[in-house]
Design a binder for this molecule. Structure first.
Ligand code: NBP
Length: 511
């Protein structure tokens, strides 16, 4: 635990927070645990008074949380330069909150948006507020409710000046990982002093950089989850495995290369019995329609906008869309037939192949996420440190995984690495597992099992390593019907040619 600060009831608060829903409440308690006195405000006052009443019943440290019903009193209770975190719904609510608090702020005060804002909104807000002398920090907060409470991964953007002021609090409340191994630091979680801990936060860059990285983190989270679901689907459909048996497989995988929060919770979920009937497994009773809040879609749309082939991430978003049309799928399942095939091979061999397919696809998914960030930094004039970004994903957040240490190592060794797949460790991992990866994709196709993320990741790998793609024919087609011109393989790049193609046969109009 970080060193405690003393604060008396009469002194001003170190920081303020607006928005006492699940994320806000937990982040407040985290800050109070670390010795910070926190003022809180919520649009609906009863939520604030209920929260303060609960704080008083809990630990003594939570008396450092002071509630205010009036926004003016809340703002005036905070030390200058004021630091005010907003954890309200992204979009309209964030603008409404800024508008209400702005007249009460003074030059040099810092407004921090911890919500899942669209990074272009953050760029706009930072620009507008900078003119008024207010520092605006868009900070990604990852790890859900538990992360916020016990140590999230924090991705702040904004000015260096604002970061200097915010840094002591952000580094104290963030998740901590062991500096060398990258593993979440257990001493820290147990509240003991830690020497080798590294906080899962750093100043990502100006304006929208923090929120951009948080969005890509969420895009990666989508594909990470989808890949695990496809591994589950294959074991269930082709091997006929029961949830608890699959749960044990995931628990075993969690001790190896795939060691991660998402694999760990999958093992738990698959072994969970249905509270309504203990004979059944809960997962079999959960309806197969997945929701989404939009950050995965933003990532995919941005990939299309920037022309970056993040096809596996986009595929994970489409997989959720397909899951959502449940009624249509039920009707179609009775009308459209697939292959009827039984698997007669070795079960352990297929489980191992699925493991390898999952690992290779995951490498491609992360390669795509980091390609996106690499392009965005050119687009927005940021200087991102990819080793550090992978480093702050190692603890606190939903995609935390042993694997991230390898990404940190890769970018530390070569900060200009063009694609993660070209790093020697990942290259070898892909070479070692691609045979099994292909086997799984072929088997899934033969059995009619949908594995869009495994397949699109494999297509990405194959496309990226192919020197000559069929786009020569495509460009010739474009020149044929639209005179779009083409470059030649035997001439310098940048010289464009056009052929007077023969007129295609056109059907004669009958008059
Ligand atoms: P919600 O996203 O559900 O937002 C609820 C809060 O927003 C309440 O305090 C509510 O006040 C306030 N609010 C709304 Br709605 N409209 C407002 C307005 N016009 N003016 C002022 N306040 C308004 O809460 P959450 O799930 O805790 O998430 C907070 C932020 O953190 C979001 O941006 C979310 O995307 C992000 N995030 C969430 C998670 C997660 O796991 N939930 C993880 C990471 C990031 P009220 O009480 O008066 O209605």
């Amino acid at each position: 635990m970080a060193k405690k600060k003393k604060s008396k009831a009469t002194t001003q608060s170190d920081i303020g927070l607006i928005g006492l829903a699940v994320m806000g409440q937990n982040l407040v308690l985290n800050m109070a645990d670390h010795g910070y006195k926190v003022s809180v405000f919520n649009r609906t006052t009863s939520k604030m008074t209920d929260f303060i009443a609960q704080c008083k019943e809990r630990e003594p440290s939570h008396e450092r949380v002071i509630g205010y019903a009036k926004l003016r009193d809340f703002v005036m209770s905070i030390k200058r330069p004021r630091k005010i975190i907003m954890l309200v719904q992204a979009g309209f609510a964030t603008d409404a909150t800024i508008d209400s608090v702005l007249p009460l702020l003074q030059k040099g005060d810092i407004l921090i948006d911890g919500g899942n804002a669209l990074w272009t909104d953050t760029i706009r807000r930072e620009k507008d507020l900078a003119v008024k002398g207010i520092n605006f920090v868009g900070s990604g907060v990852s790890g859900g409710e538990l992360g916020a409470r016990f140590g999230p991964s924090l991705m702040p953007g904004g000015s260096k000046e604002a970061w200097k002021s915010l840094k002591p609090i952000w580094t104290a409340i963030a998740a901590q990982v062991d500096r060398k191994t990258g593993k979440p630091n257990e001493d820290y979680q147990a509240g003991k002093p830690v020497k080798k801990a590294e906080p899962c936060t750093y100043h990502i860059g100006p304006n929208g950089a923090g929120h951009y990285v948080k969005m890509v983190h969420n895009g990666i989270e989508y594909i990470d989850m989808q890949l695990i679901c496809e591994a589950y689907m294959l074991m269930k459909t082709i091997l006929g495995m029961k949830p608890d048996e699959m749960g044990k497989v995931f628990a075993r995988w969690n001790k190896g290369l795939l060691d991660s929060f998402l694999v760990e919770i999958t093992a738990d979920i698959l072994q969970q019995r249905d509270p309504a009937n203990k004979k059944n497994f809960l997962v079999d009773k959960v309806l197969d329609t997945a929701g989404q809040k939009g950050t995965g879609k933003w990532t995919a749309v941005n990939a299309l906008d920037m022309g970056i082939p993040a096809n596996a991430i986009a595929e994970a978003v489409f997989a959720r869309c397909l899951s959502a049309i449940k009624d249509e799928r039920v009707v179609a399942s009775k009308k459209l037939k697939g292959p009827r095939k039984r698997y007669s091979g070795s079960k352990p061999a297929l489980v191992k192949a699925i493991h390898d397919a999952l690992y290779s696809s995951k490498i491609c998914a992360y390669a795509q996420g980091f390609q996106l960030m690499a392009e965005a930094q050119n687009e927005y004039d940021w200087k991102l440190n990819f080793g550090k970004i992978a480093g702050i994903f190692r603890g606190g957040c939903i995609i935390r995984a042993r694997f991230l240490q390898k990404i940190t190592d890769a970018y530390t060794k070569n900060p200009k690495l063009q694609n993660l797949m070209l790093d020697p460790y990942f290259k070898k991992a892909l070479h070692d597992s691609q045979r099994n990866w292909r086997k799984v994709v072929v088997l899934a196709t033969e059995h009619g099992v949908p594995v869009p993320a495994f397949m699109s990741a494999l297509s990405y790998f194959d496309g990226y390593r192919t020197a000559v793609l069929p786009a020569n024919l495509l460009q010739a087609q474009r020149d044929y019907f639209g005179a779009h011109t083409y470059e030649r393989t035997d001439k310098k790049r940048g010289q464009f040619f056009h052929v007077d193609w023969p007129e295609p046969d056109r059907p004669q109009l009958k008059v």
